[in-house]
Design a protein around this ligand. Structure first.
Ligand code: SF4
Length: 242
């Protein structure tokens, strides 16, 4: 019986894919994004274990609203691809029940490890956190090379993707960098839309509770004018942006 380590479940999610969704937050992440609002998912040994069968039974109870809203199941985190065996088994079962499946990922994955999993995924929500590798490193602790490789792999496979990009003042809002990101995204053949997400401070209290220094102290969410300016850069390239 395949077991996974999860942080939590949200049964009526509306922001992680189409429709109303059953959202599973997996435990464990190797990145350390400065703006992460779920630092309590980082510890690979934290959370609680659950079997695929247990979670499928719970999902079954939620099928009516999922199907009525054209929603489905999203696995997010943490980083779900760290638990590929669990996710593959889960998504395989969900596809047998004709449930829409979405994977929310940083793209920090080895392609050979996710090949099988990708067969059962309808939509990938892919975070590109910074198009400049050095800045990506500073922001997340890792290079963006794997993420960009993954983006190109998904494009080759023509797998539907929503690109996500979090805007933090002074870190990810430089218009020249946004131009480069938009240019890159426009080379991908499979992007259904781009989600521009303003940085928010909702997870800050968790850092205090965990005793982890918060790197973005003093930085405020971006204003709506800046967000509009950034969205326009993507629209100019005929990308759908929300
Ligand atoms: S990839 Fe996601 S879970 Fe991991 S540190 Fe970044 S924002 Fe947090």
């Amino acid at each position: 019986m395949v077991k996974g380590r999860i942080h939590s479940i949200e049964t009526c999610g509306t922001v992680d894919g189409p429709g109303i969704r059953y959202v599973i937050f997996m435990q464990g992440c190797q990145l350390r994004c400065a703006y992460c609002h779920n630092p309590d998912t980082w510890d690979l040994h934290g959370g609680k274990t659950i079997s695929v069968d247990e979670i499928v039974e719970d999902i079954k109870r939620n099928i009516p609203y999922m199907k009525a809203s054209h929603g489905g199941v999203t696995v997010t985190g943490g980083e779900p691809t760290l638990q590929t065996e669990f996710c593959t088994e889960l998504f395989k079962k969900l596809k047998m029940m004709e449930i829409h499946t979405a994977l929310d990922t940083s793209g920090f994955v080895d392609l050979d490890k996710v090949e099988k999993l990708m067969q059962y995924i309808d939509l990938v929500l892919l975070d590109i956190k910074h198009i400049d590798d050095n800045e990506h490193m500073k922001l997340t602790g890792v290079s963006n090379k794997k993420t960009l490789n993954f983006a190109e792999y998904l494009s080759e496979k023509n797998k539907p993707v929503w690109i996500r990009h979090v805007i933090v003042q002074g870190i990810t809002d430089d218009i020249d960098e946004i131009e480069k990101l938009a240019e890159y995204v426009s080379t991908l053949k499979n992007v259904e839309k781009v989600e521009i997400l303003p940085y928010h401070k909702m997870g800050v209290y968790k850092y205090d509770a965990l005793g982890i220094p918060y790197k973005l102290k003093g930085i405020n969410p971006p204003d709506t004018k800046k967000i509009e300016e950034i969205k326009e850069v993507f629209r100019k390239r005929n990308l759908k942006v929300v």
